[in-house]
Write a protein that binds this ligand. Structure first.
Ligand SMILES: NC(=O)c1ccc[n+]([C@@H]2O[C@H](COP(=O)([O-])OP(=O)(O)OC[C@H]3O[C@@H](n4cnc5c(N)ncnc54)[C@H](OP(=O)(O)O)[C@@H]3O)[C@@H](O)[C@H]2O)c1
Length: 269
């Protein structure tokens, strides 16, 4: 199986690294980027590289498009002529299947959208998948199997996939900020840096695992004792609107996302 990645930037490179780490000899990867500098960087990962997206599509069974929303027009103009019989997956935020459908009118293109996150790098992404009506069950299972190599997957509506941009796509940045705050807080109370970093990372990893076994509020309550330190700490966080700030930030950014989608559709169609 040959996987072509158009746009080996941050997400594209993470996908390449994640796929290569599977050490599956039946998977071959070819990738493209705009600049020679990026191509050299990707080449050093041990994959074939090209500037020619048409060639990339022609030699790939599955193509994953990982360019920025503002760059899709150029890519679609280049490759729309040679998508026949291919599985084309867009990881591009906001650009709807309706837009891709117009660019690939040749009937037997199997179109998908996905919303992975940067954890494809370590095979721990959660990837939302959505398919165009024209995609058959064989290509659907192909796409699902591919992203299962990089973590877990779920089929969702396109609307939910767009909303997941803020949770799955942007989420790693939120977790990085929370991690950083916890490390800085550790330093503030005298924990040495290396100990703090390990303690915080293990806290997040271990809690994520436990939360797959124990129900959320039960898990929280397992750490709380009446009049204890945890409840004092949480009460302070609630007083500072910790939870509602996070919820409101995501909610208000979702409005921005919805407006950008409408604007983008108007410009693109
Ligand atoms: N980053 C994430 O964690 C993440 C998560 C989920 C979804 N996404 C989505 O993935 C897409 C890419 O995001 P990113 O953060 O990876 O952006 P990025 O780092 O800017 O990567 C974009 C890549 O596309 C390449 N490119 C641009 N035009 C091209 C063309 N005509 N042909 C071939 N390659 C081209 C660029 O090449 P040069 O390097 O030469 O400029 C660059 O390597 C976005 O639509 C984003 O919404 C990203």
């Amino acid at each position: 199986m040959r996987i072509g990645i158009i746009g080996a930037g941050k997400l594209g490179s993470a996908l390449i690294k994640g796929l290569l780490s599977r050490q599956d000899t039946s998977l071959r990867v070819i990738a493209s980027a705009r600049s020679t500098r990026s191509l050299e960087r990707i080449k050093s990962l041990g994959v074939e590289v090209t500037h020619d997206n048409k060639y990339l599509v022609s030699v790939s069974d599955i193509v994953i498009i990982c360019v920025k929303p503002s760059q899709v027009g150029e890519v679609a103009d280049e490759v729309s002529c040679c998508g026949k019989g291919k599985v084309i997956i867009s990881a591009v935020a906001l650009v709807p299947l309706k837009w891709w459908e117009v660019r690939f009118p040749a009937g037997d293109v199997k179109l998908f959208r996905v919303m992975p996150n940067i954890n494809v790098l370590v095979g721990e992404s959660f990837t939302a998948l959505t398919a165009h009506d024209g995609a058959d069950s064989f290509s659907r299972s192909l796409v699902e199997e591919l992203f299962k190599l990089l973590g877990s997957t779920a089929w969702v509506s396109e609307e939910v996939l767009d909303a997941l941009t803020l949770i799955s796509g942007c989420g790693p940045a939120i977790i990085a900020e929370i991690t950083d705050a916890l490390v800085l807080a550790s330093l503030a109370i005298g924990i040495p840096q290396e100990v703090a970093e390990e303690a915080v990372l293990k806290l997040i990893e271990g809690s994520a695992k436990s939360l797959q076994e124990v129900e959320l509020t039960k898990f929280r309550d397992m750490v709380i004792t009446p009049r204890g330190l945890t409840i004092r700490l949480l009460r302070r966080l609630y007083k500072e609107n910790f939870k509602s700030t996070l919820i409101e930030s995501i909610e208000s950014t979702y409005s921005v996302l919805a407006e950008s989608k409408i604007r983008m559709l108007k410009d693109m169609l």
